[in-house]
Design a protein around this ligand. Structure first.
Ligand code: ATP
Length: 304
C-alpha cells in the first residue's frame, strides 16, 4: 500500500448539452435526463497529508462564494474517503479554480471528484473506480460525471451514468457571468413557471432526445445545435433576463446554438469548429463579455 506525500488531480467542468427536468418529487428533487460533456476548463486539486482537514482556494474566477469550511464539497469528499478507509490522519487541499462558481458548470462537483481521487491516492487506498463512483453519488448529482468525464447520459438525479459515444471534438465558447445563480432557486422558478400554459410541462419520464445522441455519435455539431435543449433555461432567463440579449448576440455572431448550461448563468455557444469558435470568442469579448474557448469531450478526474 503506497502512501504519497503530495498528489495533484485535475478534473473538468461540464456542459449540459441536453437537460430535461421531470416533476418535483415529494422531497423537492426532480428526476432529470442529461447529456453531459466534460470540457477543457479545469479544476486543479493538490492534496498533502495534514493533522486535520483544511482547504485553500485560489484561481482565475470570483472566489467569494466558495466556502473554506466543511461546507466545501472537496473537504466533504476528503472526509468521506478517510472514513471509508479508516484513515485517521487528515489532509490539506489546495484548489485552483478555473470553472466559474455557481455557474452551472459543476465546479464544486469537479473539486469533489478530484478530492476523492487525490485522497484515495494519498492514502494508498486503491478504492477502485466503482467504489469512488459510489462515494461520488453520495456527494452530489454532478460528482459522478466529473469523475467519469467524456460524454455521458445521466438519469435519476443526473448521477446514474452511462457513457455516450462522441466522435471528434466539439468547440464551445463559454460566457461566464460575474454573479452566479443558485441551483435551488432556478428549479423553484421552473416549478412556478410550469403552472403557466405557455411553458413546456414536466416530462413524465425524462429522457435524452435520441437525435442528440445521434449527433454526438456522428460528430455533427450542426445537428447537435438543432436538438440541444435545456428545460432550466426558461427559469434561468426569467431570473436573469439579460441572458436573452447574450444568447441573441452569440447567435448573431455565428454560433450554431446558444444554451444556458445546467442552472446557469453560464451560457455555452456551440461553434462549427476551432476557427469559428475563435472568431466568436473575439466578437463576444470585444462587446465586453467574459468569453472562453473550450472544447470537449475531455477526460474525468485524473492524477496529473
Ligand atoms: P451545481 O452543481 O449546483 O449546478 P454550479 O456548477 O452552479 O453547481 P458550483 O460552483 O459547483 O456551481 O457551486 C455551487 C455552490 O456550492 C457554491 O455557491 C458554494 O456555496 C458551494 N460549494 C461547495 N463547495 C464548493 C467548491 N469546492 N467550489 C465552489 N463552490 C462550492
Amino acid at each position: 500500500m503506497a502512501v504519497s506525500d503530495r498528489v495533484h488531480v485535475r478534473a473538468p467542468g461540464k456542459l449540459n448539452l441536453f437537460f430535461e427536468v421531470g416533476r418535483a418529487q415529494d422531497d423537492g428533487y426532480h428526476d432529470v435526463a442529461s447529456a453531459y460533456q466534460a470540457v477543457s476548463l479545469w479544476e486543479d486539486v493538490y492534496a498533502r497529508p495534514a493533522d486535520g482537514f483544511s482547504v485553500g482556494v485560489s484561481g482565475s474566477v470570483d472566489l467569494s462564494g466558495v466556502p473554506s469550511d466543511d461546507r466545501n464539497l472537496a473537504l466533504r469528499a476528503a472526509r468521506m474517503v478517510a472514513q471509508r478507509l479508516g484513515h485517521d490522519g487528515g489532509v490539506h487541499l489546495e484548489i485552483v479554480k478555473q470553472v466559474p462558481v455557481a455557474g452551472g458548470m459543476g465546479g464544486g462537483s469537479a473539486d469533489a471528484a478530484a478530492a476523492l481521487v487525490a485522497c484515495d491516492m494519498l492514502w494508498g487506498g486503491e478504492l477502485g473506480s466503482s467504489e469512488l463512483q459510489r462515494l461520488a453519488g453520495r456527494l452530489g448529482a454532478d460528482v459522478p460525471f466529473a469523475l467519469m468525464g467524456g460524454t455521458a447520459v445521466g438519469t435519476g438525479r443526473g448521477d446514474q451514468l452511462s457513457p455516450a459515444l462522441a466522435k471528434g471534438r466539439f468547440d464551445w465558447v463559454v460566457v461566464t457571468a460575474e454573479e452566479g445563480l443558485s441551483t435551488p432557486d432556478v428549479y423553484g422558478r421552473l416549478d412556478e413557471l410550469r403552472r403557466r400554459p405557455d411553458i413546456r410541462p414536466a416530462a413524465a419520464s425524462p429522457d435524452v432526445d435520441p437525435a442528440v445522441l445521434h449527433a454526438l455519435r456522428a460528430g455533427n455539431a450542426v445537428a447537435l445545435a438543432q436538438h440541444a435543449r435545456n428545460d432550466l433555461q426558461v427559469a434561468a432567463l426569467s431570473l436573469r433576463p439579460d441572458l436573452r440579449d447574450l444568447l441573441e448576440s452569440g447567435e448573431q455572431a455565428g454560433a450554431l446554438a446558444g444554451l444556458v448550461s445546467g442552472s446557469g448563468p453560464t451560457v455555452a455557444f456551440l461553434a462549427e469548429g476551432p476557427e469559428a469558435a475563435l472568431d466568436l470568442q473575439v466578437t463576444l469579448s470585444a462587446s465586453g463579455h467574459a468569453a472562453l474557448h473550450v472544447h470537449g469531450p475531455v477526460h474525468g478526474a485524473r492524477v496529473v
